[in-house]
Design a protein around this ligand. Structure first.
Ligand code: NAP
Length: 526
């Protein structure tokens, strides 16, 4: 009881006492399978994987204050979580640093086995983990399940990749020399993640880092720390050694200070960030002082081009998937539709019909919901601003266009036509359920509009002309291209962008390189 109260009030700064599951959440008897009158989001946050402390050196630690985690669907408080600050971040970095030599010295096969155990536990607990995502992020439970499988797949993939880190033997230029290349872990990786994929954005980095022999400190988003902490609980159960995976949750007020510790502490070797381009630039500036390795997965502004030769039904299906997943809150979501004039009207009509028929706004826990809430009020305001700006400049609302009566963070899936390139929604990421359609004449014109952005993460196009497919795939200025396909993420493929969408790649055979140094060794006098 004493421990529970201490955890509830967060009196003890960086206490080493264990913070039990459900410490803030009431009796252990409340089970995930039954909401017990609490509502499904709050019930999901009574489960054994729900933790309230930071996780440093294999222990649940407290901080001087706490911050609330809210259900974006109702605004209800789900939990209070330790608000870690500069002191806790520094302690976590030191802990990760101290754990680094033992972890990197483990044979790759042993690191692989531990990652695989972590993966198995994620699969075993996939239902509870999905409910935590829906509770704190709002996405439909079916999408949350999909995210957990996707998230776990990075632990599985990198468990396999851990054993396939190879160096090189180089032909020497002199008889008495032998030359080789070693691959070694970079050291402590500090990881900052967003709320839109609260689990997968962590494992995509952490899987690679741990496989390479690095240790990590993770700062999850203020809105969604519970998924990161649930992963810590499972890492602990899997036997990942203390200090290898550390989590310092914090409120938005502390984020800049914690980020600065990560970027300036000499014990940190690598910053890996997923989030907005604006925040990425701040972190890059801080990281320059100690010349840290960086990986940046930043914002997108994906074009989706429909050429006259496209199969319109397939293009509509791809458009629905790429635009409205997670209520339009993914970095690879289409942000601008460019539709050639010969197919324009058919596409817009069929897209509007599909939106009305197939998208259902509601609570993510309700069967049949495809569109949950946006993450917060600010996100809703941005969608509204983009629509008002477009309409004031001549765009027409085909469907949607306003907040949804379901609740204050809910917005109607919206389709606009008569959109032009001077409008805000075609110049910056909306990050919401808004599909603006620009009509174009020629391939050159479409490519010029698509490539006018200063970011280049994903791009999509629909065409049945093989020569055009090659031309456009090569000329689109993005890191990832979907050709007649609206969903392209997979653990096997390299995820990342060009221009101001970032630096480096995650997942795939390339992802592990972000956490490895190349060391050249020359043997002389042989
Ligand atoms: P964000 O505001 O940049 O936040 C991302 C993370 O950075 C959060 O943990 C946030 O903490 C933290 N943060 C914010 N300001 C910081 C600072 N000054 N120093 C250190 N950390 C700081 O991004 P967001 O709006 O949450 O996420 C959406 C953006 O992420 C979109 O632009 C989207 O395209 C991008 N994204 C990119 C990818 C990709 O793989 N390329 C994937 C997903 C999302 P708080 O939560 O406490 O603010």
């Amino acid at each position: 009881m004493a421990t529970r109260l201490a955890c509830r009030r967060f009196r003890a700064p960086l206490s080493r006492r264990r913070c039990p599951p459900q410490a803030l959440a009431g009796p252990a008897a409340v089970r995930l399978s039954s909401s017990g009158g609490l509502g499904p989001a709050r019930a999901a946050c009574r489960g054994p994987l729900v933790r309230c402390g930071g996780f440093v050196g294999g222990r649940w630690v407290q901080a001087a204050a706490a911050f609330p985690v809210r259900d974006p669907a109702s605004g209800a408080e789900l939990s209070q979580v330790a608000d870690c600050g500069v002191a806790e971040a520094r302690a976590a970095v030191r802990t990760a640093y101290e754990a680094g030599s033992a972890w990197s010295a483990l044979p790759a096969k042993e690191r692989s086995t531990l990652l695989r155990k972590w993966y198995n536990l994620m699969i075993e607990h996939k239902d509870d983990l999905a409910k935590i995502i829906t509770a704190e992020n709002g996405k439909p439970l079916k999408e949350a399940h999909g995210e957990i499988l996707y998230s776990a797949s990075f632990l599985e993939w990198f468990a396999e990749e851990a054993r396939r880190i190879y160096g090189d033997i180089i032909s020497p230029p002199a008889k008495d020399r032998r030359m080789l290349v070693l691959k070694q872990p970079v050291g402590v990786a500090a990881i900052i993640t967003p709320w839109n994929f609260p689990s997968a954005m962590i494992t995509r980095k952490v899987g690679a880092a741990l496989a390479a022999g690095c240790t990590v400190v993770v700062k999850p988003a203020e809105d969604t720390p519970l998924s990161a902490l649930a992963l810590a609980e499972l890492a602990d159960q899997a036997g990942i050694p203390a200090g290898v995976y550390n989590v310092v949750p914090c409120s938005r007020q502390q984020a800049a200070a914690v980020g600065e510790v990560f970027c300036t502490d000499p014990l940190v070797a690598k910053i890996s960030f997923t989030g907005s381009t604006a925040t990425g630039k701040i972190l890059l500036r801080h990281a320059a002082g100690t010349v840290k390795r960086v990986s940046m997965e930043l914002g997108g502004h994906a074009p989706f081009i429909v050429f006259d030769s496209a199969n319109v039904d397939k293009a509509v299906a791809g458009a629905l998937a790429s635009k409205y997943r997670n209520s339009g809150q993914t970095c690879v979501c289409t942000n601008r539709f460019l539709v050639q004039k010969g197919i324009h009207d058919a596409f817009v009509n069929k897209f509007a019909q599909a939106i009305k028929k197939e998208l259902h706004v509601g609570n993510g826990f309700d069967e049949g919901t495809t569109q949950g809430p946006l993450i917060n009020e600010k996100a809703v305001e941005k969608v509204e601003t983009h629509i008002h700006d477009a309409v004031s400049q001549g765009a027409a609302i085909v469907t949607g266009g306003k907040r949804h009566s379901y609740g204050k963070n809910f917005f109607e899936p919206t389709l606009l036509c008569n959109v032009t390139t001077g409008m805000l929604c075609t110049q910056e990421e909306t990050f919401g359920p808004l599909a603006p359609v620009i009509k174009f004449d020629t391939e050159e014109e479409a490519l010029a509009i698509a490539n006018s952005a200063n970011v280049g993460l994903a791009g999509y196009f629909y065409s049945q002309d093989p020569a055009q497919i090659w031309r456009v795939a090569e000329r689109l200025e993005v890191g990832m291209v979907g050709v007649n396909e609206g969903i392209l993420s997979a653990v096997e493929s390299p995820f990342g962008g060009i221009k101001q969408s970032g630096l480096g790649r995650e997942g795939s055979k390339y992802g592990i390189d972000e956490y490895l140094e190349i060391k050249y060794v020359c043997f002389g006098g042989l």
